[in-house]
Design a protein around this ligand. Structure first.
Ligand SMILES: C[S@@+](CC[C@H](N)C(=O)[O-])C[C@H]1O[C@@H](n2cnc3c(N)ncnc32)[C@H](O)[C@@H]1O
Length: 345
């Protein structure tokens, strides 16, 4: 009998074997048991649930199905469905970058201790489309946002003109490098009608970002949030430069540095788009991966050179949805920071 995910993991030899010519239904059930979800980003490693089937021999088992003609099955459709499922299970075992498309659910707390539930679509990944996946620092930042939004330096609109209608009082927020949009959509859910947010990324990422905004339209309606999406490429200098009214009171960015060019590009983008008000804030979180530490240091220096100062910062550990070769969750140390204009500027 096939066990369930709640049981102790079963051995692959307990699954129906190709030489036994199992029915299509039995094979599909076995393949469903072998589904690997990406690890949920836990705050602790314990949050991670183990597999239903022990990993030893699973690749060989899947290959035996893919290479079998499955000639005893009644229809070509059934054969195709089994080959497709076996291929998907094999892809999942090649790392998150090879995983098929999926929808993921994220819970984001608000200041009353309630949780907002966001649904995000993550298309199948290719190595040059990192924005198709949700990264651990964006999850940590989204869960921290409600505290940052309530911090003593309460974020307020920095419009230079006196507000004349309720809309004028809305905080204007911009997210850079939104990817799947977790941080920006969390911000929108938390701030509700007191803010508008524009989620941005490169042209190839924006269609999925827009799709994710529409997936969460019910939550946005309930909270009264206003979300737009669009292309904002950091390597393109805005021309003409944004006017005071077009600048943003809050700029958010999670995991934005993974090339030596990124610190300069990002800070050069923040400069023109960031409101000049003393209450305006840039909020970022990024992993402190060894290979990218020089870029994090350069980002910090460039922000200081721009005239910004750290208002609040800290480090925390999350668990990425990658795993090491032993199937253990990978701890990732992340740095979060809130920046405002230094009064000396
Ligand atoms: C590592 S991903 C992080 C995505 C998302 N913020 C998260 O944490 O889940 C980096 C994001 O930066 C975007 N990006 C990289 N270079 C960019 C550029 N020149 N202009 C705008 N976005 C860029 C990528 O497309 C990608 O979505």
């Amino acid at each position: 009998m096939i066990g369930t995910a709640a049981d102790k993991p079963i051995h692959v030899l307990d699954l129906p074997q190709i030489y036994e010519k199992p029915s299509g239904t039995e094979l599909l059930k076995a393949l469903a048991l072998l589904t690997l979800q990406p690890r949920s980003f836990g705050i602790t490693a314990d949050a991670v649930k183990g597999p239903a089937v022990q990993p030893e021999g699973v690749t060989r088992y899947l290959t035996s199905i893919i290479s079998s003609p499955l000639s005893w099955l009644d229809t070509e459709e059934l054969q195709e469905a089994i080959w497709d499922a076996a291929s998907a299970r094999l892809s999942e075992r090649s790392g998150r970058t090879a995983m098929p498309a999926m929808s993921r659910i994220f819970s984001i707390p608000n200041s009353s201790g309630e949780e907002h539930t966001l649904t995000l679509h993550e298309p199948s990944l290719t190595s040059d489309n990192l924005g198709m996946k949700t990264w651990v620092s964006s999850y940590l930042l989204s869960r921290r946002l409600h505290k940052l939004l309530e911090s003593p330096a309460e974020l307020v609109p920095t419009s230079s003109t006196e507000p004349s209608t309720p809309n004028d009082k809305q905080l204007r927020a911009l997210e850079l490098g939104s990817g799947t949009g977790l941080v920006g959509l969390s911000f929108a859910a938390l701030k509700g009608k007191s803010a508008t947010i524009h989620l941005t990324d490169l042209p190839e990422i924006v269609p999925n970002l827009a799709h994710n905004a529409s997936l969460n339209v019910e939550l946005m309606k309930t909270t009264g949030a206003s979300v737009t999406t669009g292309v904002l490429d950091w390597s393109v200098t805005p021309n003409p430069l944004p006017t005071a009214e077009e600048r943003f009171d809050v700029i958010l960015a999670a995991d934005p540095l993974y090339s030596p060019l990124h610190p300069k590009l990002l800070v050069d983008t923040i400069g023109p788009w960031f409101s000049r008000g003393l209450d305006a804030r840039v909020v970022t979180e990024m992993p402190l991966r060894a290979a990218y530490l020089p870029q994090v240091a350069e980002f910090r220096q460039r922000m200081l050179d721009l005239g910004l100062a750290v208002v609040e910062e800290g480090e925390e550990v999350g668990y990425d949805d990658w795993e090491n070769s032993s199937g253990e969750a990978l701890a990732v140390k992340c740095w979060w920071s809130v920046w405002g204009w230094s009064e000396k500027v």
